[in-house]
Design a protein around this ligand. Structure first.
Ligand SMILES: [Zn+2]
Ligand SMILES: [Zn+2]
Ligand SMILES: [Zn+2]
Length: 251
């Protein structure tokens, strides 16, 4: 069994953004379930446990968890800020990350982190998990990760990206993805050169044939939570809007 716990599901600003009175931020102040921490996901097979990305907001959680490794998708601050604190962990932990644009503070003073640079499609064995780094389309070198346990259980984590490079799409199509967590930063119909809007995120999921598509990395530039859920429910059956604390099971 594979379980993903979506600790943070927001874009780099989180929701609400301090001082912002847009509909998404206002809704999140009234209904706490619509608040979003910055992106981090805990994945466990109950044999192996990892974090993918370590946002500032994830720090409070990892004190409670045992982690075999941390994987970083890219070195943008919203995905790595929690490493500043986490690197003081008592026992050494492997940190898998792209070699492009490494945060200088972490590179020079990794403390207990053992940094290991990943290469496109070069598999990483982590206990009973096999992890494949997948190149994505973003502003700096960025990898999604396909996490597999055995032949049938897998989760693809695909942020931050604007659609997918062809080789990544082809590999995922071949694998038969059970659950895909996909960057859906902005509202339907909007354009951002480095992130998907909601429709583009769903298009990715459909093209790779994912059984379940979970929209995540959702910013306040997207629809407010309740309107986004309505938009998705009216159009698709196997697409879900993530929320902080959401648990996704692959059995
Ligand atoms: Zn991001
Ligand atoms: Zn806002
Ligand atoms: Zn980014």
């Amino acid at each position: 069994m594979l379980v993903a716990v979506l600790i943070g599901t927001g874009g780099s600003e989180g929701v609400p953004v301090p001082g912002c009175v847009c509909p998404a931020c206002n809704e999140a102040r009234i209904y706490h379930f619509a608040k979003r921490r910055t992106a981090s996901v805990f994945v466990t097979s109950y044999g192996t446990s990892i974090m993918v990305d370590m946002s500032l907001d994830a720090s409070e959680y990892v004190e409670e968890m045992y982690l075999d490794a941390v994987l970083i998708t890219h070195w943008h601050h919203d995905h790595i800020a929690g490493l500043y604190k986490f690197r003081w962990i008592e026992k050494p932990v492997d940190l898998y990350a792209p070699s492009g644009d490494v945060d200088p503070e972490i590179r020079h003073f990794p403390k207990s982190l053992r940094i290991r640079y990943v290469k496109p499609f070069e598999k990483i064995d982590l206990g009973d998990m096999e992890v494949t780094p997948l190149p994505l389309n973003h502003t700096i070198e960025t990898f999604g990760y396909l996490i597999e346990v055995g032949r049938k259980e897998n989760i693809a984590i695909l942020y931050d990206t604007k659609l997918l490079p062809r080789e990544t799409e082809e590999l995922l199509k071949k694998k038969g993805v059970r659950v895909a967590l996909i960057d859906a930063t902005t509202a339907p119909g909007s354009h951002d050169p480095k992130h998907n809007n909601v429709d583009e995120a769903v298009e990715i999921g459909k093209r790779i044939g994912a059984e379940e598509i979970v929209l995540t990395h959702i910013s306040h530039r997207n629809l407010p939570f309740s309107r986004l859920v309505k938009y998705v429910r009216e159009r698709w059956d196997n697409v879900y809007v993530s929320y902080d604390g959401m648990m996704v099971y692959v059995v």
